[in-house]
Design a protein around this ligand. Structure first.
Ligand SMILES: Cc1ncc(COP(=O)(O)O)c(C=O)c1O
Length: 488
């Protein structure tokens, strides 16, 4: 390779100039989105949209470095779903804090592999610091864990650790060593990653027993007791109870204290999937909603949800250090050196993660804590929880709308009933069609859920800029679209 060729790949000045231009472009986009002046989404069916992307791989450059930022601004940014737009209210992914996103650029640039301490020294120390902070918010003094790429991976890691407590030979010999089937008890409203984990662990998804939830979407403790006793009678091993703090569909929080006490007395591993709700622990106002979380053996916490981090950034936390080593076990002489003492080996993160190479994930969150403190982040969470309460009360006061339940977090489920009574099928289709119309017109981004065969529109008020005026506008659009659909 010639030196000009090399320079083209690693040119410091081009990096500086392109970086400045790019940040300018992103700042412009951020301002447009926050004011609602950027398009929310330019909807096109994926089949049509992909036609423009069926291009040959460039054999030679088709873009000059000085054109990079303009190309991103023209071709990519306008085609995104605008996460900072106040009309973006579908899912739990956050409009990320801009300075956290900036810190994340450092992670890409420095590319710390983080398998062992020496491949990411400061990244490892950041991660350990964050894990200590999050553990202490749960109420654990000696909590430990790792950052993971998403809550699904955190849930899988926790359940792998739980599985080992049934029989330490499972890792080597497989689950066939266990006499009698393994079971996981969780609410009917738990996230699909729990049943997916059961599938991946070779238990089969039918190993997950859905425990009834009450009208507020919370696991019934009586139903849990009955499900557990039924397993004992059938000679089945319950390897974990999974409670949810902030369930995906409704944001409901299971009764953690009661579930925790039951699991303690029965010697059951309790995993709390608090991917959505754990961040409420930062708030002195809402933290008590998760009372009992310290009784868990393991907890999942997503920072890319209510901690407003760019995805993906989650944590799997363990009350007890030995448990955090149960999920995985590997001999890899090229990474883990037997001669290192136990305390030093503890700094080799990949001994406890699914990944070998792992991105320096923690910097963005460390930066957020440093810039805004616990209190600053807590105020943001309190703000969106309040927006959700306000929206729920607007829905319940507006004729023609039905609220599923008052929100415990920032997720609201509701539906438009129309002016005359509709059969269940027609009512369900109406919600789906309203949602689709809002999306296709680029007006609002909502999600939908099906609970007990009823379809509900679902809003997750993640964006602190989604104010009362936007909420009122949403209901007006829904009413108008709904009435048009019903009359056509
Ligand atoms: C309760 C709950 N658990 C787990 C997950 C999965 O998290 P991730 O999307 O980070 O993998 C979600 C995501 O929506 C969730 O709501």
């Amino acid at each position: 390779m010639t030196s000009p060729e090399l320079n083209r790949l690693f040119d410091t000045e081009q990096f500086r100039a392109s970086g400045h231009a790019l940040i300018d472009a992103l700042a412009e986009q951020l301002a447009l989105e926050l004011q609602g002046n950027a398009s929310l989404i330019q909807w096109q069916s994926p089949l049509d949209a992909e036609q423009a992307w069926e291009q040959e791989m460039p054999e030679h450059p088709v873009l000059e470095p000085h054109q990079l930022s303009a190309w991103l601004q023209q071709e990519i940014l306008p085609r995104q779903l605008a996460m900072h737009h106040p009309h973006s209210m579908a899912h739990q992914a956050a409009p990320p804090l801009p300075l956290a996103a900036l810190a994340d650029l450092v992670a890409s640039f420095s590319n710390q592999a983080m398998a062992v301490y020496e491949t990411g020294p400061v990244a490892t120390l950041i991660e350990r610091q964050l894990i200590r902070w999050l553990s202490s918010m749960i109420g654990w003094t000696h909590g430990t864990g790792v950052l993971t790429s998403g809550g699904s991976q955190a849930n899988l890691t926790a359940l792998l650790a739980a599985r080992q407590t049934i029989d330490p030979h499972i890792w080597d010999k497989g689950i066939t060593t266990v006499r009698g089937p393994l079971r996981i008890l969780t609410s009917a409203l738990s996230h699909y990653s729990i049943s997916r984990a059961a599938g991946m662990m070779g238990l089969g998804t039918e190993a997950v027993i859905a425990v009834e939830a009450d009208a507020k979407g919370r696991m019934s403790i009586e139903a849990l007791r009955q499900a557990h006793q039924a397993c004992i009678k059938r000679d089945e091993h319950v390897m974990a109870v999974v409670a949810t703090a902030g369930c995906t569909a409704t944001g409901s929080i299971d009764p953690l204290q009661a579930i925790g006490e039951y699991c303690r007395t029965q010697g059951l591993w309790l995993h709390i999937d608090a991917a959505h709700g754990a961040s409420a622990l930062l708030s002195t106002h809402h933290g008590s909603k998760l009372e009992g979380i310290a009784l868990a053996d393991s907890v999942t916490w997503d920072a890319h949800k209510l901690l407003y981090m760019p995805a993906t950034l989650s944590a799997v936390l363990f009350r007890d250090k030995a448990s955090s080593y149960r999920a995985f076990a590997q001999d890899a002489s090229y990474l883990f050196h037997q001669e290192d003492d136990r305390e030093i080996q503890d700094f080799n993160i990949s001994a406890r993660t699914l990944e070998c190479t792992k991105r320096m994930m923690g910097l963005q969150l460390l930066v957020a804590f440093k810039l805004y403190g616990r209190q600053g982040l807590a105020r943001l969470i309190e703000h969106v929880f309040l927006l959700a309460e306000q929206f729920a009360s607007l829905v319940s006061q507006t004729a023609g709308f039905e609220l599923l339940m008052p929100p415990e977090t920032n997720i609201i489920c509701f539906r438009y009933l129309g002016k005359q009574a509709l059969a269940q099928g027609a009512l369900n289709r109406l919600q789906a069609n309203i949602r689709q119309s809002l999306l296709h017109q680029g007006l609002f981004h909502l999600s939908q859920v099906s609970i007990d065969e009823n379809t509900w529109l679902r809003c997750t008020l993640m964006n602190p800029y989604t104010q009362a005026v936007h909420q009122a506008e949403l209901l007006q659009h829904i009413q108008q679209i709904g009435d048009e659909l019903l009359s056509s």
